[in-house]
Ligand binder design. Structure first.
Ligand SMILES: Cc1ncc(COP(=O)(O)O)c(C=O)c1O
Length: 429
């Protein structure tokens, strides 16, 4: 068996999977431990052909997966393993460079800072900031809070009660106290909290619950006056700013100290790829730069290991590069606009149906809604159990609500319609 044959088998598998993923049940019904019980207890002593792995992938693994690349996956924040992203991941593994320092792979470092500059331009962020890629927004926020701590150690991190829990985790990791700030009726962070004891404020553009946008311009004013670090978590909604008509969501972010946007959420880039920019790279450098003798830095070059927690760094820039070139800015805008259109359409259907209600503003591609007479956790579970669509429930302002988050390139109006019908059928049943 040659590598050529296996490569062909793998790419055939990928093509078949993507063509048929919409016909699979979106979410699996396996019981905990069921997959493990079918796997061998130890690694094989003898080499096995790659074909055997592909067979087991089909028989053992795929039936136990939740299919995030399914067009009717609407839970949490739906995303896309796009064609350019998939192809680039193959190339990344073939190259297998470790982009820890410039010298370790000069083109990888230079491509990373270049594509981050491209992306900053696409979403209207200032030019000239330092930008690099972290694995996740969780790590990016850890890095930002570590940088903030360099300037003001020992203080409090303030974020809204709707901020993603990764913010609290990051504060805990860098040893800063975390305090939640209440939200207004539209789930936006209130701004009248004390800043005297603050090390940092984290504003969210596109909260996990409702995709609400915190008042960044006001927070930026207050943080500037108090000399407090402002980090913006735009993990999901920041991608919307590729569309000029949605760019309002990043208003004020040019005055933040750091901002994170996840191309692996709503910019068609496979897991994982989180873009982090800062106008204060020296604070990141102070927090993270340690130079062991075996990794001497190169004059006039940038070592990206000095701006975040990890030493080993994947060549993630290659997939972001592939995505930005494959779609072009126009292609990305079209996809984002279509998702926003589908979400608005879905919200109209819900609003028009007696007994159902949209429960929060929906400026992007995520709609929170509820059936007034039912347990919405149970309704989401029953709908997901049909295998037709995956929706998840949460609690919001004391109510149980279902979220429909559109983010997959392959999702069509027919998919959204079919999901609405499945929800209504389950509600009636
Ligand atoms: C608003 C927001 N911020 C941060 C995160 C954490 O993202 P990551 O999984 O990249 O750490 C999420 C995850 O959904 C999120 O919704």
């Amino acid at each position: 068996m040659t590598f050529h044959d296996d490569l062909q088998r793998a790419t055939d598998w990928v093509e078949r999977y993507l063509a048929g993923v919409g016909d699979l049940p979106v979410a699996t019904t396996v019981e905990p431990g069921a997959i493990r019980a079918r796997l061998p207890v130890s690694a094989p002593e003898q080499a096995e052909p790659f074909e055997a792995l592909l067979r087991d992938l089909d028989e053992l693994i795929v039936p136990g997966l939740t299919h995030w690349n399914h067009p009717r996956f609407f839970a949490w924040f739906a995303n896309t393993g796009s064609e350019p992203g998939i192809l680039a991941e193959l190339l990344i593994a073939a190259l297998n460079v470790n982009n820890m320092t410039w010298l370790a792979s000069p083109a990888a470092t230079e491509l990373e800072v270049t594509v981050l500059d491209w992306l900053a331009q696409l979403v209207g962020l200032p030019r000239g900031w330092h930008g690099h890629i972290e694995d996740t927004a969780s790590t990016a926020t850890v890095a930002a809070l570590a940088a903030a701590r360099e300037l003001k150690p020992g203080g409090v991190v303030y974020a809204s009660e709707q901020a993603n829990f990764s913010v609290e985790k990051a504060a805990r990791l860098v040893g800063l106290e975390f305090r939640k700030v209440p939200v207004d009726a539209e789930f936006r962070m209130q701004t009248d909290f004390p800043l005297e004891d603050a090390s940092a404020v984290v504003a969210t553009v596109g909260t996990t619950g409702t995709t609400s946008v915190d008042p960044v311009p006001e927070l930026a004013d207050r943080c500037a006056a108090a000399e407090v670090w402002l980090h913006v978590d735009a993990a999901y909604a920041g991608s919307a700013a590729v569309c000029p008509e949605l760019r309002w969501c990043l208003d004020g972010c040019d005055r933040a100290d750091s901002i994170v946007i996840n191309p692996h959420k709503w910019l068609f880039t496979p897991m994982d790829c989180s873009a982090l920019w800062t106008r204060r790279p020296e604070a990141f450098h102070d927090a993270f730069a340690l130079v062991p003798e075996y990794l001497a830095s190169t004059e006039a070059a940038i070592d990206l290991k000095d701006y975040g927690p990890a030493l080993g760094r994947r060549f993630r820039a290659l997939k972001l590069w592939a995505v930005l070139r494959w779609y072009g800015a126009e292609g990305l805008r079209e996809l984002i606009r279509e998702h926003v259109r589908l979400a608005q359409l879905f919200a109209e259907w819900v609003d028009a149906e007696p007994g159902w209600r949209v429960t929060a503003p929906h400026p992007f591609s995520t709609v929170c809604f509820r059936h007034e007479g039912l347990d919405n956790f149970e309704l989401a579970r029953a709908t997901t159990a049909t295998g037709e669509a995956f929706v998840a429930a949460t609690r919001l302002g004391g109510e149980d609500v279902i979220r429909l988050a559109i983010g997959n390139e392959r999702t069509t109006e027919a998919d959204v319609r079919r999901t609405w019908e499945a929800l209504r059928r389950c509600a009636t049943a």
